[in-house]
Design a protein around this ligand. Structure first.
Ligand SMILES: *Cc1c(COP(=O)(O)O)cnc(C)c1O
Length: 235
């Protein structure tokens, strides 16, 4: 059994140390506990230990969990691929969507969010490695998408997210994190994000979140290092 409270403490310490090493304020970095395929009791343990942001990839699973946490301080981020027929549930229940990568999806989220009278924070997912099998918009098309999203009144475009190519050495991921930061700095300078003074960069997972923090991450998405290995996907 993973000791969730200890893991959370040690990850937070590592985030803070990475921030201080490069002169950043640790307070501007939030930890998203990735709870996909993790059971309620482990999530409850994390929440009792002070963790408030949880990241989910599958809407059906997220929906059941979110119901159980009604009335708590838990906040739910969506970090997986969104099928169009799930946009309604996402718009109803999710606080921040990290994975907007096409206009059609944004349109559906905006429409459903309007029905629920909600504003949703969104990030644009960028395929910085330009990998054919991966979700995310290509870096060269990201500005156009970010500009188009400003037509959707229920969506607040806060920044960018990426899943870089897998590398066993986190240092090899650094250049991809840097590409994402440079893009976001450029868009921010052009006034394209919801907040003109700051932007979100969702990058870094269990194996590379310290490098991501050094490169400017404001949201790190950590699963395994908190909850231990996930059960395999059952087919
Ligand atoms: C599963 C997942 C994570 C967390 O990965 P770990 O290696 O377990 O920390 C982060 N981001 C996304 C998009 C994921 O799907």
């Amino acid at each position: 059994m993973a000791n969730i409270q200890n893991n959370l403490q040690s990850i937070r310490q590592r985030i803070d140390n990475a921030a201080l090493r490069c002169g950043r304020n640790p307070g501007e970095i939030r930890l998203v506990a990735v709870s996909k395929r993790i059971g309620l009791s482990a999530i409850e343990q994390a929440n009792r230990a002070g963790q408030t942001i949880f990241g989910e990839n599958y809407m059906q699973e997220a929906k059941e969990k979110i119901e159980q946490f009604q009335g708590t301080d838990a906040e739910w981020h969506f970090i997986g691929h969104i099928q169009s027929n799930k946009a309604r549930d996402v718009a109803a229940l999710i606080d921040m969507v990290h994975t907007v990568d096409r206009i059609k999806l944004a349109k559906a989220l905006n429409r459903h969010a309007g029905e629920y009278n909600r504003k949703i924070s969104v990030l644009v997912q960028v395929n910085v490695g330009e990998e054919t099998q991966k979700a995310g918009i290509l870096p060269g098309n990201a500005e156009g998408l970010v500009r188009s999203l400003r037509d959707f009144p229920q969506l607040e475009v806060k920044g960018l997210m990426t899943m870089p190519p897998f590398k066993s050495n986190p240092e090899e991921v650094r250049p991809y994190f840097r590409i994402l930061r440079k893009l976001a700095e450029d868009f921010s300078a052009k006034g394209l994000f919801w907040d003109s003074n700051r932007f979100e960069l969702s990058m870094g997972m269990s194996g590379d979140f310290e490098v991501a923090v050094e490169e400017g991450a404001t949201l790190v998405r950590v699963g395994t290092a908190i909850f231990g290995e996930r059960p395999a996907l059952s087919v």
